[in-house]
Design a protein around this ligand. Structure first.
Ligand code: GDP
Length: 186
């Protein structure tokens, strides 16, 4: 791959309820750090990163748009769906309402984004319910997330923007799926 900066540029959107950790996932992806008190996203934020998919021998430039989850910005958010190849639909595993509301975010994605877009459902904040007493904080069982993702044709992962667990993987897995679709001419 000498001399090649990247083979594909893929646009991603990150969507879901306010405070589920969308901005934190983006910061973890681009800078590998966790900000304890991130600024609330006003409208849309942008981050870019190169990732390598060795199996496909491809380098991908990810262009990620972190959208604001509040109703106030919903119409701005929608305009960013255009041209996206991938979407991270995020909920918080300790907040059931954010999982239920993911249905309406998915409806928006289906309505305003490309029908072939690859969507990965991300149950964020698993660090809050990993061990001991903490498992009681979990409000969405893993299997429930998995099942809904399967029904809707989405990929699925549980992640933590705090520890970094599965954050890169989520983007890589979605990118692999997108490349696969490109290869199949979808
Ligand atoms: P956004 O509104 O969806 O962009 O959410 P933010 O990224 O602003 O995060 C909202 C709050 O949740 C902040 O206080 C973050 O520090 C916290 N947070 C985000 N991701 C995680 C995570 O994976 N684990 C934990 N424990 N807290 C998180």
């Amino acid at each position: 791959m000498a001399g090649i900066t990247w083979h594909y540029v893929l646009k991603f959107i990150i969507t879901g309820d306010p405070a589920v950790g969308k901005s934190s996932l983006l910061v973890q992806l681009t800078d590998h750090e966790f900000l304890k008190t991130p600024e609330p996203t006003l409208g849309v934020e942008f981050g870019s990163k190169l990732i390598e998919l060795p199996e496909q021998e491809k380098v991908i430039k990810l262009q990620c748009w972190d959208t604001a989850g509040s109703e106030k910005f919903r119409s701005i958010t929608r305009s960013y769906y255009c041209g996206a190849a991938g979407c991270l639909l995020v909920y918080d595993v300790t907040n059931r309402a954010s999982f239920l509301n993911a249905r309406s975010w998915l409806a928006d994605v289906r309505k305003f984004a490309d029908p072939h877009l690859t969507c990965i459902l991300v149950g964020n904040k698993v660090d809050l319910c990993e061990d001991g007493q903490n498992h009681k904080r979990r409000q969405v069982p893993t299997e429930e997330g998995q099942l809904w993702a399967k029904e809707e044709g989405m990929l699925f992962v549980e992640a933590s923007a705090k520890s970094g667990r599965n954050v890169d993987w989520a983007f890589e897995e979605a990118s692999r799926d997108i490349l696969d679709k490109i290869k199949r001419g979808v």
